[in-house]
Ligand binder design. Structure first.
Ligand code: SF4
Length: 361
């Protein structure tokens, strides 16, 4: 397997400097288990007297960012957060086990969707979240619209507002959710995508093929935009381990960046993915292709978080696209999109013939 080292170094598990826990979160066994783990690993535990996260934020925005990124909050997901939202084209429904992520990607999509300082919040009432899912069975629109996905049943995406694998050593939420889906006698699929590689806790789970893990990948030349994540080679090795353990798997190639040298870089990435996966027996492999985009709001947040980033958000090669919610985003212009799409469809058909492309966006 060229360029792919199964022992590739993974990012060290994230250890927050401090863990805030609300009063209600302490009532849940899952919340207390998270605190126990964090405390044993040496994090400072701060018990809040109520359920509000009130933090004195430093005035210096860099300091405020660093403090927030070093903070984990254990909270209870209120009913409004447990009411699921449709999340096309990835899945029928978005299910959140957490909000926020400890990594530092200079294109992070969370910058446009989460408000306030980027504290990572994990939910203590996991049982309540999972017990709400059966009401959504058969209610999805994606799986019934996209050819080739009907057999997946109703799909639930756990990576919209977080990277659940990044938090797994502290929370155990992802393992518990995979186990729950494995036991659930319903035509349903849990989905998550990750830029992390420590899949060890997931390997022995009786998942009943009801969870699809995708590795979120980009060529190593873009690794400088993905601070605090696992190396791409380690993510591909992790995906291979998951596939051998019988999980359906996938690649989320995202965000696709049309910077100088992109063709050779993405061709090598797809070659590496093929080397990692093509000999896996009974491989069930999908690919999701997501081009880089940003809004004026997310650009402003990202510029403040990563002022020195070399990621191009200048407007070159871009066009404005109006979303169905009436907002505007900057996407690659039609000619660039056509060129990228042709390239990826050709490369994937050639190098990963077993793969099904779920969508291009
Ligand atoms: Fe954002 Fe994903 Fe990077 Fe985390 S890993 S910072 S969620 S893009």
């Amino acid at each position: 397997m060229p360029r792919l080292d199964p022992q590739a170094v993974t990012a060290k598990p994230w250890l927050p400097r401090r863990v805030l826990v609300t009063r209600s979160a302490r009532d849940w066994g899952h919340g207390r288990a998270i605190l126990d783990r964090a405390s044993r690993l040496g994090a400072e535990i701060i018990e809040l007297p109520g359920d509000r996260l009130s933090l004195p934020a430093p005035e210096d925005p860099r300091r405020a960012y660093a403090d927030a990124k070093a903070t984990l909050a254990v909270v209870v997901a209120p009913p409004s957060k447990r009411r699921l939202q449709p999340i096309a084209p990835s899945a029928d429904w978005r299910v959140d086990l957490a909000e926020g992520c400890p990594a530092h990607c200079s294109y992070c999509y969370l910058a446009g969707s989460l408000k306030g300082p980027p504290i990572t919040r994990v939910y203590a009432n996991l049982d309540e979240i999972l017990n709400g899912l059966p009401a959504y069975i058969g209610q999805g629109t994606i799986t019934s619209r996209q050819a080739g996905r009907m057999h997946e049943g109703t799909t639930f995406e756990a990576s919209c507002y977080t990277d659940p694998l990044a938090l797994e050593p502290l929370t155990g939420s992802l393992s518990a959710t995979i186990t729950w889906f494995g036991q659930w006698q319903a035509n349903a699929q849990l989905r998550f995508t990750s830029k992390f590689a420590d899949v060890e806790p997931l390997i022995g789970i009786d998942h009943a093929e009801r969870t699809r893990m995708r590795a979120s990948v980009n060529p190593p030349m873009f690794a400088r935009f993905e601070g605090g994540t696992s190396p791409v080679a380690a993510r591909l090795s992790a995906l291979r381990r998951m596939a051998i353990a019988g999980y359906p798997v996938g690649l989320t190639i995202a965000p696709i960046i049309a910077a100088e040298g992109w063709e050779a870089a993405y061709a090598a990435l797809i070659e590496d993915a093929a080397a990692a996966l093509n000999d896996v027996p009974a491989l069930d492999l999908t690919v999701e292709l997501i081009t880089h985009r940003f809004t004026a709001g997310s650009k402003a947040v990202l510029d403040s978080w990563y002022p020195g980033s070399a990621l191009d958000m200048s407007g070159a090669l871009r066009t404005t696209k109006r979303t169905k919610f009436g907002t505007e985003k900057q996407v690659y212009d039609a000619a660039t999109m056509r060129m990228l799409r042709r390239f990826f469809e050709h490369q994937i058909a050639d190098r990963l013939p077993a793969a099904r492309i779920l969508y291009w966006t």
